[in-house]
Design a protein around this ligand. Structure first.
Ligand code: WQD
Length: 346
């Protein structure tokens, strides 16, 4: 009997790619999303890629506790992957209450209902390398200290990690037992090679790669590279860009670890990154080269809140999850461009 995984926020960029990989790994999936930050493009794409025309979809708000109870009453959930949250760093600074209310209430509702199930539940939380802030030592391991959050968005990630940690400790066995894993993503980029799902930022993209692809397609006039006077080899910031399909596969490994009861602690944390730093300029040059085009860009002042450099030590995920990033940054950027051209109708 196939195990069932609930993917909250599953119609979004990461959730849709994770759903594809879960289905291809033999899981049944229920997708739930309030559609506040996406349309059904990716959900329809998931059905095309997997051939799962009857993929269950529930439009709901996880801040509505009754709706969460109803969901668990309708489906037997063996594991839940929680993506449903607001994630715009800048917006969170302007509207902290919107972020604390939504991101914390939705997660606490989910844990409340998961704990109310006699068989309990396995909970996989979508965390972020943002919890490390500006690291003193690189690469960062899971033991690297979390720095005080630089945005309410980042703070909700830290608080939710702590809520999960404390809940699995308190409810570690018996009825309603919970197990928990937090995956700390570095910078997810790219799109599914089919060109049927990818990133659909609303309005002007905050993130680098969608801004690059929208500039290349002519939707944006010019890419501003925020700062080329950083203490890095080429003066631009360094990040650990993780291909979205590689990232999705890490979730399948983590779900399997929980369901197959391979965990060594009730709560575990893993860095999901390539371990290879790439600068903004290197990424721009790689995009131009692999897609054989010239990108219009200029150097601009630094963006406040940016860290100079951060990249992962992914050893723990390699060893314990049996997961490793496999796709090259060139493959990722080619897929990102294919996706941008498709949504532009080219
Ligand atoms: C990457 C680099 C920018 C846009 C954020 C969140 C993090 C996670 C991933 C949710 C930086 C530079 C960007 C542009 C640029 N999100 N840049 N011009 O800031 O590392 O991480 O997204 O979980 O939590 O903090 O990603 O893509 O915004 O920026 O030069 O138009 O690209 O300065 O150096 P970031 P990013």
């Amino acid at each position: 009997m196939a195990k069932t995984v609930l993917v909250s926020g599953g119609a979004g960029f990461i959730g849709s790619h994770v759903t594809v990989e879960l289905i291809s790994a033999g899981y049944d999936v229920v997708v739930a999303d309030d559609m506040s930050n996406c349309d059904l493009t990716c959900f329809e794409g998931v059905k095309k890629i997997t051939g799962r025309d009857n993929l269950p979809f529930v439009k709901m708000d996880f801040c509505d506790l009754e709706a969460v109870h109803n969901l668990f009453a309708e489906y037997h959930i063996d594991a839940v992957i929680h993506f449903a949250a607001f994630k715009a760093v800048g917006e969170s600074v302007a509207e902290p209450l919107k972020y604390y209310n939504n991101n914390l209430t939705s997660f606490m509702n989910l844990l409340t209902v998961a704990h109310a199930q006699k068989s309990g539940c396995n909970v996989l939380f979508s965390s972020s390398a943002t919890v490390y802030g500006e690291p003193d030592v690189l690469p960062v391991t899971e033991e690297s200290p979390r720095q005080p959050a630089t945005s309410p968005y980042g703070n909700t990630k830290q608080i939710c990690e702590d809520i999960l940690r404390d809940c699995v400790k308190a409810y570690s066995e018996g009825e309603g037992a919970l197990k928990g894993i937090a995956l700390r993503y570095f910078n997810p980029i790219g799109a599914h090679p089919s060109g049927l799902i990818g990133e659909l930022p609303r309005g002007v993209p905050n993130n680098l790669v969608p801004f690059i692809t929208q500039t290349a397609i002519g939707k944006r006039e010019c890419l501003s590279i925020f700062g080329n006077d950083y203490p890095t080899p080429d003066g631009t910031c360094q990040r650990d860009y993780i291909d979205i399909v590689d990232l999705a596969k890490a979730h399948v490994c983590a779900v399997g670890r929980m369901i197959d009861e391979k965990m060594e602690n009730d709560y575990e944390v893993f860095n999901i990154g390539t371990g290879v730093p790439v600068s903004v300029l290197e990424l721009v040059n790689a995009f131009e080269k692999v897609n054989n085009l010239k990108l219009n860009y200029k150097f601009a002042p630094r963006r406040s809140g940016d860290v100079t450099a951060i990249w992962a030590d992914p050893t723990l995920a390699n060893e314990k999850l049996g997961w490793k990033a496999e796709r090259s940054v060139e493959e990722t950027l080619a897929a990102a461009w294919k996706w941008e051209q498709r949504i532009a109708g080219k």
